[in-house]
Design a protein around this ligand. Structure first.
Ligand code: RAM
Length: 912
């Protein structure tokens, strides 16, 4: 016993002494052990941990195969030792992958001294059906005549016998409409609102579930219910519905692998049965009616008698548009109990969950059969404290439950979701108590990657609100708002917020899926619809700042994740949009088509002095035209397309010249003297170098003229603080950030907001509201300041030399009003963090750089000799090289590790 202990300690000691790098975080296509990938070359990633500074990988070796032990049996790929520092997205390159199979893999690496690490723990991925031909199932629709007004949810069921011992079983499933599947009375998986929302005609996703443990030898039952959802429900206001079709349909197959190796497939076909049950009505905007008395008790269990049920029809619906799912499904997340249950002045019974969220409320209730409870949802109370629903427009957001009357019953909606902080409860039998209600947030299950906190409680609340804006509106597609009769994938909002989103959570797969829908729905002439999936039938397509989602998002994703796949996937779409703008221009001036402009910019009532911050829409368009060209040129360069790079660079020159000719006066004033005009012209480099400084000072004059308030709308806001910092006005950027009166980021925070609002003044200081037709209290667009908070205030960034944080730039900009800013980001390589404090005239900067990356760290200090790292002068730290001094910073080159810099200088806030 003692001997073994000694031996294993020895082994441990030698491992520590020799292996500097250890491996964890194995992922395939950004997912942990994904099920159902339809790719022949899925890409494998890992992270390295090092117990020393400067940990780097110099080579790797991967083994993949069908047996978990990854010994010599059933190996499908040996990469051999590959001299490379690449540790993310190595494409599998072994024998052809087969459908419905699990493949295991492991990796080991060599460090810069040539020492090999231990092998990683094995991870796996599993293929899906790989091609439409592998669908044995037939599409089924209900065999009964549907009530065409209420359209109750159809139920489908099938009973089947399992005769032998099961090794594994998978359910492959999709639907027209939303589905929820059950096997033997238990819900399959923990995903909601499946199969998600895509441009269904081109791309309908299926999901794969491991249902091995839900099946048993003997009789089994599978049951599936469908809801109208996005497929045929009400969408996009004005009584629009049936956008994708009128009939709900189901396609499912269970593939069972027996212990003896044989397989059997049970598919939807003529033998299934259909009926309606408790869900009598279900609409995303309006909510659900569930009459528990009409529940088909026992229908999800084997042995239930379905002879009264109808048969099913098997219409010829195409399967060619079916694709597997790569983005994270919608799941249940945080839960909330009411912080207060009270009567409003109007006498309504209202519960307050303390957070504006998106999801559902579960109600526990006991009562008589036929008692009905109505639950309505709202985001806010009016100034008298009454339940306010006017801003929901036609969306009823109302769930009705009719009790069965047999003891405690529990209800929650199945095929709808609501945006709310408050609920109004009618008809609850007995006294309503907090234990009767639970609110649950629903959102796409994107891993949390970022954190941001400061010494300022209101800024911390702003960050909280940004995060909740993201949670509430990343529900399979990026939506503008989650509560009124809209909830659409507005392209402008998404492009404005995408980079901020990439700090808070891992959003690559989420956006890559949505961008594919954008390309699928792009109009033939290259214009991008205003919403994706496009349920506005091309209406309002082609607006500057909205259509530019086509170019901005792929480029931002590339920077944030370093993955060229998104650029290749979207290249044709990017190009089509840019080509449209070029064609619509005359002499490179694009001033012909219609635009939303700087949406929701500052506009005082009774504007007799012309204080409204109006920016010429075509001036904006010309700036976005140039910016999209730049994104396309950058992309062409990454993809080694020199011909395009050259062609579009020449166009860009002309576009900028046309801008100057049309929009700049000889004295250097822009024809629109708004903040947005100067911000866009400066951020997109529209002005020659010699005119930039004066343009920046005009911007600052404008801000001062509004008493240090911003006046920008959706298009100017994301870049405002970036421009100020870049041109030497970091102090003004901080002033705007910390401004507490309207218009500002902190005004809603002071008003008690728990999410970002659509309007700077959704609720006025006197408690009254903005126009109810457009006044969402959960709209992430203005949350785009998050990008500046992470990248500038905390200073965590990457660059084209090593996008995706292979090369990191830490360049914090301290500013007055904050004494402590701390941010971290889980990148593909591991955690990057930056934490600065300014106290007693000392600045400290703590930085963490993950293994296998390099960084330039900008330390705000007047000279290298004024800095210590840990307890030593900077120049004695062998892992760091001072490379230059630049505008108030000492720049050092660093490898991985943790560093703590301190400078004893009295702090003068650095100018760039
Ligand atoms: C409204 C919303 C949305 C915006 C469009 C133009 O529906 O404010 O966020 O993108 O208008």
């Amino acid at each position: 016993m003692k001997k073994t202990l000694l031996l294993s300690s020895l082994v441990l000691l030698t491992t520590i002494a020799t292996a500097q790098l250890t491996i964890d975080h194995l992922q395939c296509e950004n997912l942990v052990n994904p099920l159902g990938l339809d790719l022949q070359h899925p890409r494998l990633s890992w992270q390295l941990k090092s117990d020393k500074r400067n940990g780097r990988q110099t080579a790797y070796e991967i083994i993949a195969g069908e047996a978990p032990a990854l010994n010599n049996i059933a190996v499908t790929w040996r990469s051999g030792k590959v001299a490379s520092s690449q540790s993310i997205r190595i494409p599998y390159n072994g024998t052809a992958l087969q459908a419905g199979k699990r493949y295991y893999w492991k990796v080991r690496v060599w460090d810069q001294e040539g020492k090999a690490s231990a092998w990683s723990q094995p991870a796996w991925w599993e293929t899906g059906l790989l091609q439409p031909a592998n669908w044995k199932a037939k599409w089924i629709t209900p065999g009964y005549v549907e009530d065409s007004i209420r359209r109750p949810s159809p139920l489908f069921r099938k009973q089947f016998a399992v005769k032998k011992k099961i090794k594994s079983a998978r359910l492959y499933i999709t639907s027209q409409g939303l589905y929820r599947a059950f096997i033997n009375d238990k819900m399959v998986g923990d995903s909601y609102l499946t199969p998600g929302w895509t441009s269904y005609k081109h791309r309908l996703q299926y999901q794969t579930y491991d249902v091995t443990s839900q099946l048993s030898q003997g009789n089994n039952a599978i049951g599936v219910m469908l809801g109208s959802g996005w497929f045929r429900g009400y969408l996009a206001w004005a009584n629009n519905h049936d956008y994708y079709g009128k009939k709900l349909a189901l396609l499912a197959q269970v593939v069972i692998t027996y212990a003896d190796g044989q397989t059997e497939t049970l598919s939807t076909d003529e033998s299934w049965r259909s009926a309606t049950g408790a869900i009598r009505y279900s609409e995303i905007y309006n909510g659900e009616i569930n009459d528990a008395r009409l529940d088909k008790t026992g229908w999800l269990t084997a042995g239930y008698d379905d002879k009264d049920w109808s048969s099913v029809a098997t219409p010829a619906i195409s399967k060619d548009n079916i694709i597997t799912t790569y983005n994270e499904p919608v799941k249940k997340h945080e839960t909330f109990k009411p912080i207060k249950i009270f009567r409003t002045p109007q006498g309504d019974l209202v519960a307050d969950f303390g957070q504006n969220l998106v999801g559902l409320v579960t109600v526990k209730v006991s009562g008589k059969a036929g008692d009905s409870i109505v639950i309505q949802h709202a985001e806010i109370l009016d100034k008298q404290g009454n339940f306010y629903t006017e801003n929901l427009r036609a969306a009823r957001q109302e769930n009705i439950y009719v009790l069965k009357g047999n003891g405690e019953e529990s209800f929650e909606p199945v095929f709808t979701f609501q945006g709310f902080r408050y609920i109004r409860v009618k008809g609850f039998p007995g006294e309503l108590k907090p234990e009767h209600l639970t609110a649950t947030a629903l959102y796409s299950d994107m891993p949390l990657t970022g954190s941001f906190s400061t010494s300022h409680p209101l800024i911390n609340q702003l960050q909280h609100n940004i995060e909740w804006g993201q949670k509430g509106n990343f529900l399979d597609v990026p939506t503008d708002c989650p509560q009124r009769d809209e909830r659409l994938g507005w392209t402008g909002d998404a492009q404005v917020f995408a980079r901020t989103a990439s700090f808070n959570r891992q959003v690559y797969n989420f956006f890559a899926k949505w961008m594919a829908d954008l390309a699928a729905d792009q109009l033939k002439d290259g214009r991008v619809p205003a919403v994706i999936p496009d349920v506005l039938r091309g209406d309002a397509a082609g607006s500057a700042g909205w259509s530019d989602a086509a170019t901005i998002i792929p480029w931002q994703l590339y920077l944030a994740y370093g993955d060229t796949a998104i650029l290749r996937q979207q290249y044709a779409s990017m190009k089509a949009w840019v080509d449209f703008m070029q064609q619509a221009s005359k002499d490179y001036l694009w001033n012909t088509t219609w635009h939303f402009g700087d949406w929701l910019f500052y506009r005082p009532n009774d504007d007799n002095d012309g204080r409204s911050a109006i920016t010429d829409k075509h001036l904006i368009a010309q700036c976005f035209f140039a910016n999209s060209l730049q994104m396309l040129i950058n992309t062409a360069k990454v993809l080694d397309n020199t011909a395009d790079e050259k062609t579009y660079a020449a166009v860009l020159e002309k576009v900028k010249q046309a801008f100057l000719k049309e929009y700049l006066t000889p004295n250097g004033r822009l024809v629109s003297s708004s903040q947005t005009a100067y911000v866009l012209a400066l951020h997109f480099d529209m002005l020659p170098d010699n005119l930039r400084a004066q343009a920046a000072s005009r911007l600052v004059e404008n801000i001062k003229d509004y008493g240090y308030h911003l006046t920008t709308g959706f298009l100017g806001t994301p870049y405002l603080c970036h421009v100020l910092t870049r041109f030497g006005y970091n102090d003004i950027a901080y002033r705007l950030l910390l401004q507490e009166s309207y218009p500002s980021w902190l005004y809603p925070v002071k008003m008690g907001a728990t999410t970002i609002w659509e309007r700077w003044d959704g609720q006025k200081p006197d408690g009254s509201f903005q126009t109810p037709t457009m006044n969402s209290f959960n709209h992430y667009a203005y949350g785009a300041i998050g990008d500046w908070m992470y990248r500038v205030a905390a200073g965590i960034d990457t660059d084209t030399a090593g996008p995706g944080y292979k090369h990191i730039r830490i360049k914090p900009y301290p500013g007055k009003g904050l004494t402590d800013v701390k941010a971290s980001l889980q990148t593909g390589y591991g955690v990057v963090s930056s934490h600065w404090t300014t106290q007693n005239n000392r600045l400290t900067l703590e930085v963490e750089i993950p293994a296998n990356t390099s960084a330039d760290i900008y330390i705000p200090a007047s000279s290298a000799t004024a800095i210590i790292e840990g307890f030593m002068p900077l120049d004695e730290i062998k892992e760091l090289t001072v490379i230059r001094q630049e505008g108030g910073y000492v720049v050092v080159q660093a490898g991985s590790g943790k560093y703590r810099f301190a400078t004893s200088l009295p702090l003068s806030y650095p100018a760039p």
